[in-house]
Design a protein around this ligand. Structure first.
Ligand SMILES: C[S@@+](CC[C@H](N)C(=O)[O-])C[C@H]1O[C@@H](n2cnc3c(N)ncnc32)[C@H](O)[C@@H]1O
Length: 241
């Protein structure tokens, strides 16, 4: 991917396909039996914890975390995704319009014990500002749990891309026969890790997990490496210093 191509991510891009995305990812392999189980595993026992889900989408993680006793809040830049989250979670759950990369998040300092950013940060160009904002809303010692595009995937999907650069790339998603382009920001592994450290986070977990065990029965075509995982996202547990 040519670095001189300038793509600007649209934080409300999901408005165009919110319903279709939500229906497709409700119980599919990648979201339902890989990403969400991995994030919930990182979260562990959440009873009583104040958790913010940034880019919460239609709120599937919020629903499970709430069922497990967490006090949950969602923030999401796509109004249509937010509407779906409202429909799922009802009026008693705090849901806000907003996101990373623009105005500050609509929360005071140290408001949360945990922040989850699940499949969100790869849409954000300026990580320094975004991570400072996530750090701000966490209590000292609070946790940031992240799932982000695995950087090795970039080179597999874009053989001409510069793995060692931070650069934008575009992928097309098709729902109901319509194609929607999405812009991602690739960062090499060392940049991903260093951005968190520079922003004041301590890395506590680095995970490249297998899918949930039941995925093999539900998705007979599922192929993994001999050791049982596949390359898709990188999962990180971080602690606010
Ligand atoms: C792949 S979906 C994941 C939704 C949800 N986190 C989940 O795991 O089900 C990505 C979400 O990130 C949101 N998003 C995109 N850019 C964002 C930004 N700059 N800040 C916060 N959220 C953003 C999108 O609107 C979308 O809802």
């Amino acid at each position: 991917m040519s670095a001189d191509l300038q793509y600007s991510p649209d934080p409300a891009a999901y408005d165009a396909f919110a319903e279709a995305y939500t229906a497709e990812t409700e119980s599919n392999l990648i979201n339902g039996y890989y990403t969400r189980p991995a994030i919930l595993e990182l979260a562990g026992d959440v009873a009583g914890r104040r958790i913010l889900d940034v880019g919460c989408g239609a709120g599937p993680l919020l629903e499970t975390l709430r069922d497990r006793g967490a006090v949950v809040t969602g923030v999401e830049p796509s109004i249509r995704m937010l509407d779906l989250a409202r429909r799922r979670l009802g009026p008693g759950t705090a849901l806000h319009l907003g996101g990373l990369g623009g105005d500050p998040l609509p929360f005071p300092d140290a408001a949360f014990d945990d922040v989850i950013a699940c499949l969100v940060l790869h849409y954000v160009q300026d990580w320094a500002a975004a991570l400072a904002e996530l750090r701000r809303v966490l209590v000292p010692g609070g946790r940031l749990l992240v799932a982000v595009n695995h950087p090795f995937m970039y080179k597999l999907l874009n053989p001409d891309g510069d793995y060692f650069a931070t650069e934008p790339w575009r992928d097309d998603f098709t729902f109901d026969g319509r194609t929607f382009p999405l812009t991602f920001w690739h960062r090499p592994l060392h940049t991903i890790l260093n951005e968190f450290v520079t922003a004041g986070f301590r890395i506590t977990v680095v995970s490249e997990p297998p899918p949930a065990p039941e995925a093999h029965e539900l998705f007979p075509d599922l192929e993994t490496s001999p050791s049982g995982s596949f390359l898709c996202f990188l999962f990180l547990g971080l602690e606010a210093a």
